[in-house]
Design a binder for this molecule. Structure first.
Ligand code: GLU
Length: 419
């Protein structure tokens, strides 16, 4: 992934956002203090016997931010640069995301510090099972439900589900979401984040009175999320003009074919030397002229160094935390709307919620039903955020945060503090 520009750590950004929104809302200080802190942070060691016979010990975490509105929910990421501070920011963000979307969960995030790309499938399985075993005391269908995130996928969710079921003594599909459909996964889950982003782009275009057909889109990160955005947009007649992976990107102002991109990447593992396209770095890709820019890779990509060079008419955050606070202010000043992550990329956790509901009922919906319900919730959130941003003359991020924080604060107040 692109290099991190650590002006503010993701955690400092998350706290600053919470502090400023709390002030704006005149949130009682005791509630503000609860929201700034964490219910539980677990650090675990994950010993794994590697294929060469040597033992390596990895560090894993599960961070549970707040469960006032329901069980903890959030992904598990495998990344060599993962820090506890990143996970704290991401867990807090999950609390706001679930709250804004109206799904009855609190926020969590977990992960292992490792580079999974260097692992064999067997090593990855042993790593995942041992991590699951280590976090077992604090996860559960009604406690904390993991899901995929950066570098984890439905196979990894299947191993988590199996490990938990074996220890539990019976098949427990509801322990994770984002698992394969044949073991209780939901249709539509794999593409849900991308589809939700496309619903968001559609809403934003409508609001800007721009025609969706023919718009030029730049997507940083063409993984699970970014490539789903590219797929749906191309079906709708939009033009993806630049994409990237962790190894760099490519640009063709006339448009890139989604099918050709996927075929090429599957064969070569990168977009290097993709025919009829100019190569660009992950950083310069962000500065290309386009209608919609979708950062769908990692945190802290749009910073005070490049925010005034962005030429997009609108930014839709596919990744979690891709814009720093300073960049946000610069973009606000330049009147470039930023549709925040907690609104734009909520499709994943929304369909995770649908999966959890389907598992609880042992009754599964067709893909059209999943997508229609997803559209409904995404549109509802967008309208709510847009209305508040108009009413109070706030940017979309502040409005989204205000709605999300208020619902969690209300839950804390009405439940009261024990003892
Ligand atoms: N990792 C995704 C996110 O950041 C999905 C989380 C989930 O489905 O629980 O929103």
């Amino acid at each position: 992934m692109p290099e991190k520009t650590m002006i503010h750590s993701a955690w400092q950004t998350a706290l600053t956002q919470l502090d400023s929104v709390s002030k704006l809302m005149m949130l009682p200080e005791d509630i503000h203090q609860i929201l700034r802190s964490f219910d539980r942070i677990l650090t675990v060691s994950v010993p794994v016997r590697m294929d060469d016979g040597f033992l390596r010990v990895f560090t894993g975490f599960r961070v549970q931010h707040n469960a006032s509105r329901g069980p903890y929910k959030g992904g598990v990421r495998y990344h060599s640069e993962l820090t506890l501070d990143d996970l704290k920011a991401l867990a807090m963000e999950m609390t706001w995301k679930c709250s804004l979307a109206g799904v009855p969960f609190g926020g969590a995030k977990g992960g292992i510090v490792c580079n999974p790309k260097t692992f064999s499938k067997n090593e990855l399985e042993r790593l995942t099972r041992r991590y699951t075993y280590a976090i077992m005391p604090i996860i559960g269908i009604e406690k904390d439900i993991p899901a995929p995130d950066v570098n984890t996928n439905e196979q990894i969710m299947a191993w988590i589900m199996d490990m938990y079921s074996v220890k539990n003594g019976y098949c427990t599909p509801g322990i994770v979401t984002g698992k394969p459909v044949n073991v209780g996964g939901s249709l539509g889950r794999t593409d849900a984040t991308g589809l939700g982003i496309v619903f968001t782009i559609t809403n934003a275009m409508k609001q800007k009175k721009m025609n969706l057909k023919g718009i030029k889109v730049v997507i940083q990160g063409y993984g699970n999320v970014g490539s789903a955005v590219g797929k749906f947009l191309s079906e709708m007649g939009c033009k993806t003009i630049a994409v990237s992976s962790s190894r760099g990107g490519i640009y063709n102002p006339k448009g890139l074919s989604h099918d050709a991109l996927i075929k090429y990447y599957t064969k070569n593992g990168s977009f290097e030397h993709f025919p009829h396209a100019e190569s660009v770095t992950n950083a310069s890709l962000l500065e290309l002229p386009c209608d919609v820019l979708v950062p769908a890779a990692m945190e802290n990509q749009i910073t005070k160094e490049n925010a005034d060079k962005i030429k997009a008419k609108i930014i839709v955050e596919g990744a979690n935390g891709p814009t720093t606070i300073e960049a946000d202010q610069i973009l606000s000043g330049r009147k470039i709307p930023v549709i925040p992550d907690i609104l734009a990329n909520a499709g994943g956790v929304i369909v995770s919620y649908f999966e959890w509901v389907q598992d609880a009922q042992c009754y599964f919906w067709c893909e059209n039903e999943v997508n229609a319900r997803l559209k409904n919730l995404m549109n509802r959130s967008y309208e709510e955020v847009y209305a508040l941003s108009r009413e109070k003359k706030l940017n979309m991020r502040t409005a989204a945060m205000m709605i999300a924080v208020k619902k969690v604060a209300d839950a804390i107040s009405v439940r009261g503090i024990y003892p």
